[in-house]
Design a protein around this ligand. Sequence first.
Ligand code: SAM
Length: 278
Amino acid sequence: MKNIMSKNILRLRKEKGYTQKRLADLMQVSAQAISKWETGQSYPDIELLPRLTDVLETNIDTLLGHIPGDNKKTIYSEVYKDDDFYWGLQPNELCYDVLKLYPPNGHVKLLEVGCGEGKDALFFARNGYDVTAFDIAHSAIDKVYRLADRYRVFIKAFRADIKEYRLEDDFDIIYSSRSLHHMRPDFRKEIITDYQVHTKPNGINALNVYVKKPFIGPPPEEDQFAYLWSTGEIFSLYADWELKCIDEVIYDCSSSGIPHKHVIDILVAQNTIRKKGD
Ligand SMILES: C[S@@+](CC[C@H](N)C(=O)[O-])C[C@H]1O[C@@H](n2cnc3c(N)ncnc32)[C@H](O)[C@@H]1O
C-alpha cells in the first residue's frame, strides 16, 4: 500500500505541475519529507492527510489507490451485469502471439490490464499461466470470478483504475487488449514505464491500443474517458526494447449492435535490456 500511496503522491504532484519544493512549501514540511513520501521511505503523518488531499485536489481513497463503492463506472458497467458475454468468449488474437512467444514453461506470471469480463484472462489461465487481472468495473470482476469458477481455474482479479494503479509485483508478461485508451496521453509514458520496470528480464509486454485516424469515425458508444492513441505512439514507448511484433490493423466491430470500424496498433516487445554489470 505504501508503494501505491507514494506513487500517487508523485503522480498527483506532477499532475499539478508542482516541484517537490513547492509541495513542501504548501504542506509546510521539508522537501526531504516529500521525497521520502514519494519514494515510499515514509508515510505522511495522518493529520497531514486532509491538507495533502486539499493541496493535490484529490481524496483519501484516490491517494490510497482504493476505488470507493460504485463511484467509478464505465460505459460497460451495466452490460457486464448480463449473463451474456458482451465481448464473447473468443480470445483476442494477441493471446496466441503471447502463447507462441512466451509459452508457459514453468511458472509464468501474467498481468492483464483492463480485463473486462475475462475472456483473455481465462484463455491464459486455462493454458497454465498464473494470471492476475484488473478492471475498473465491479461487474467485470464479478464476471471474471464466475468465468474462472465455471472453468475451474484460478484468476486473481481485482478492481483498479488504470490511471491510478501502479504495480507492486514483477511479472513475466503484461498484457492488455483494447483498454489502454483509458490512460490520459500525458501520463502514458509514466504508466508504461511503470509496467516496463515491473516486467522481469526477458519478459514481454503484449498490448494493443485503439488509434485515431481521420478516415474512421468515432465508435457508437460515446466514452468521455477515452483518449485514442496516435499511430506508432505505443511503439515509440518501447524503442529500447526488442520489438517482436508491431502491426496496425483496421477491423470491423459490432459492439452495441451497430457495425463500425476500429484501427488498432499491436505490439509485442521483449525486455532484453541488460542491467549494468550483466
Ligand atoms: C473495450 S473493453 C476491453 C475489455 C477486454 N480487454 C476485452 O478485450 O474484452 C475496455 C475495458 O476497460 C475497462 N476500463 C475503462 N476505464 C478503465 C480504467 N480507468 N481503469 C481500468 N479499466 C478501465 C472497461 O471497464 C472495459 O472492461
